[in-house]
Design a protein around this ligand. Structure first.
Ligand SMILES: [Zn+2]
Length: 409
């Protein structure tokens, strides 16, 4: 489904449609402004005529996507009459879209510094200035500018979202969290998943600083904010494991299977590290067998296989790793582990065959994720998409089933 969506978004005619819509919108705004301005004066002087001519030529160029000539004509128009703020705003946006951020910034500043300027226009230009600074990589100046807008427009969600993004970029999670809380006050929708992630990030910082009590309470707060926050269960479990409280760690990781079974595999590596230092590992086996029964996915069979091998049950381990490979033949970790078991038990010829098979499949990725918002694909799981910055948008791509019917039936 995602591929279809991506293909749809990549269609050149759709992009043309989007671009034309944006231009139509800009033109509507400019014509409106022009109409307003011309109505104000009853006599149209020669100067005004020239200004309007240049203005309309600019619009025509804008519509045919000829930015350079549009800039030239609009500049002519503002040179004739420098009072038309809207034309300056359009010019600033044009320069920004062309990547000439420096000039865009200068134009915004010239708008903001005008005496007797309408407050809404000034705040609009200030917001644009913040966007320009951000685009130029001047994050701190962008933040200052957006905060200045916020002083006058305390409930402006668009500005709050920009501020939140910057705090996230600066990894100032406390402030990102506070900002999201404000956004939640002024806009509808579910904000709990983002807030939970901010809390987890705050917890991670506390844990790294050795403040376990605060870290634990932040992870717990994240879970109570959003029961589906897998990230929070993982880190709370890690914290318990780090403190040697393995029983608690396992019971927390176990919850991922109920909350979102797609991500249970994230707990397995952690589980493995934990049971090597545990005295009583029976609960681990119970946990894995239960999940194998319920989920029946390749990662669970592989985890169970590793566990049985560590326990000395070679045949049991081989049986489980083979089940994993029946489901997901391209899971190279399982193929590699199968080879390790075979070598360990002296079945060198079989091991050789298993490794040959592994080499022939090395070009196949074992697990890939895709952002459900922007379509970004990769083999690393991000809770926040590095491209579009959406939280919890990554979904594992569908597993490739074995083409052999005798294995899949
Ligand atoms: Zn994305």
């Amino acid at each position: 489904m995602w591929q279809t969506l991506l293909d749809f978004l990549n269609r050149p005619d759709l992009i043309t449609l989007i671009v034309s819509t944006i231009f139509a919108f800009i033109m509507g705004a400019l014509v409106g402004a022009w109409w307003f301005n011309t109505r104000a004066g009853s006599q149209t002087s020669l100067k005004e005529k020239k200004r309007d001519e240049a203005f309309f030529k600019g619009i025509q160029y804008l519509l045919s996507d000829d930015k350079d000539n549009a800039i030239e004509e609009l500049t002519k128009s503002v040179k004739i009459d420098s009072d038309t703020v809207e034309t300056y705003v359009a010019l600033g946006n044009l320069y920004r879209s062309k990547g000439d951020i420096e000039r865009a910034i200068r134009i915004r500043q010239s708008i903001i510094l005008r005496p007797n300027i309408d407050e809404n226009v000034r705040l609009g230009a200030l917001f644009d200035l913040g966007v320009d600074y951000k685009k130029a990589g001047m994050v701190n100046r962008a933040l200052e500018t957006f905060l200045e807008v916020l002083k006058k427009r305390s409930s402006d969600v668009r500005t709050l979202v920009e501020i939140e993004r910057i705090y996230e970029e600066l990894r100032d999670w406390d402030k990102a969290y506070e900002t999201r809380r404000r956004i939640a006050k002024y806009s509808k929708g579910d904000h709990t998943s983002i807030m939970a992630h901010h809390l987890v990030e705050m917890g991670k910082v506390s844990q790294a600083e050795g403040d376990y009590t605060r870290a634990r309470s932040l992870y717990k707060k994240a879970i109570s904010t959003n029961k589906g926050c897998v990230d929070a269960y993982l880190h709370l479990g890690d914290l318990y494991a780090e403190r040697g409280e393995y029983k608690k760690a396992i019971s927390i990781w176990k919850k991922i299977a109920t909350v979102d079974p797609r991500f249970t595999f994230l707990a397995y590596g952690r589980l493995e590290a934990a049971y090597s230092s545990m005295k009583n590992i029976k609960p681990v086996e119970g946990f894995l067998r239960e999940l194998a029964e319920e989920n029946g996915d390749a990662f669970t069979y592989l985890a169970l296989s590793r566990f049985l091998f560590a326990e000395g049950d070679v045949d049991g381990a081989l049986a489980q790793v083979r089940r994993a490979l029946e489901i997901k033949p391209e899971l190279w970790q399982a193929r590699k582990f199968q080879g390790e078991i075979l070598i360990h038990s002296g079945r060198d010829q079989e091991a050789l065959e298993a490794y040959k098979d592994l080499i022939s499949r090395l070009d196949l990725p074992s697990l890939r994720f895709q952002c459900s918002c922007c379509g970004l694909e990769g083999d690393r799981l991000y809770w926040q998409c590095p491209k579009c910055k959406t939280w919890d948008s990554a979904v594992p791509l569908p597993e490739h089933r074995s083409p052999n019917p005798s294995l899949t039936s």
